[in-house]
Design a protein around this ligand. Structure first.
Ligand SMILES: C[S@@+](CC[C@H](N)C(=O)[O-])C[C@H]1O[C@@H](n2cnc3c(N)ncnc32)[C@H](O)[C@@H]1O
Length: 217
């Protein structure tokens, strides 16, 4: 039985715009790049482990691109690609805009909530990096929009928190709007054709994070 709701405009119209995240990132954007390197693991490796030639002439979308860490890595790794980043936080995007200016029109930014703001119809590769665990309760609807935005040969990659065996840590992360109970990976494996997926431990097992690469089914 499919785990995601069936694709229909009705599901997308029920998408809520997470205003609380816009507020959250108003301050967090100021310390984001100084702090996140120490716990958002696997981001660079996730991009370099994609089974796509670096020379490929593709279109890439990062959903929840934040301050542009991955947009820069993607634009460098795929020099012939067109890269779009969408994010609902104007504060995060203001930082991203400075970083991607050097790529000219090859990297573009869109402000708004994914699934609500109109984008190109299809992307060869869609990237979610530490975004989906923050999209509660609509993470499944975002995945559904992503699935509809991939051509038959399209690929999706997700790097994100997986779980933690420690309730104190789970509730700490919940205060930062992160859900950490291994809810994403089983759905990704079911709804996309897995190419690779790994789960890794951080800080001696305080939490685990995962990396998934899948194709459109
Ligand atoms: C933890 S940050 C990750 C940023 C970047 N992907 C990275 O790996 O550094 C999560 C980002 O997702 C954005 N975001 C969350 N929900 C979103 C949505 N529904 N549409 C667009 N952006 C969203 C937030 O504004 C935030 O910038």
């Amino acid at each position: 039985m499919p785990l995601l709701p069936p694709a229909s405009p009705a599901n997308e119209s029920k998408l809520t715009v997470p205003q609380h995240l816009r507020t959250y990132y108003r301050f967090q954007s100021r310390i984001y790049d100084l702090t996140r390197w120490s716990f958002l693991f696997g981001r660079r490796r996730a991009l370099q482990q994609l089974p796509i030639s670096p020379a490929a002439n593709i279109s890439i979308l990062e959903v929840g691109c934040g301050t542009g860490h991955n947009l820069v890595a993607l634009a460098k790794y795929f020099p012939n690609a067109y890269v779009t980043g969408i994010d609902l936080s104007e504060d995060m995007l203001a930082i991203a805009a400075k970083k991607v200016a050097r790529f000219g029109g090859r990297v573009t930014l869109e402000e708004g909530a994914f699934g609500v703001v109109p984008l190109e119809e299809k992307y060869d590769l869609i990237v979610f990096s530490y975004c989906l665990t923050m999209v509660n309760p609509d993470w499944d609807k975002l995945l559904e929009v992503a699935r509809k935005s991939l051509p038959p040969t399209g690929m999706l990659t997700v790097v994100d928190f997986h779980d933690s065996a420690f309730p104190f840590f789970q509730s700490h992360m919940k205060k930062h709007h992160v859900r950490m109970d291994a809810h994403l990976l089983p759905v990704l494996v079911e709804e996309f054709e897995p190419v690779r997926h790994t789960v890794k431990s951080a800080y001696g097992g305080l939490w685990r994070w995962f990396h998934f690469v899948g194709r459109q089914k």
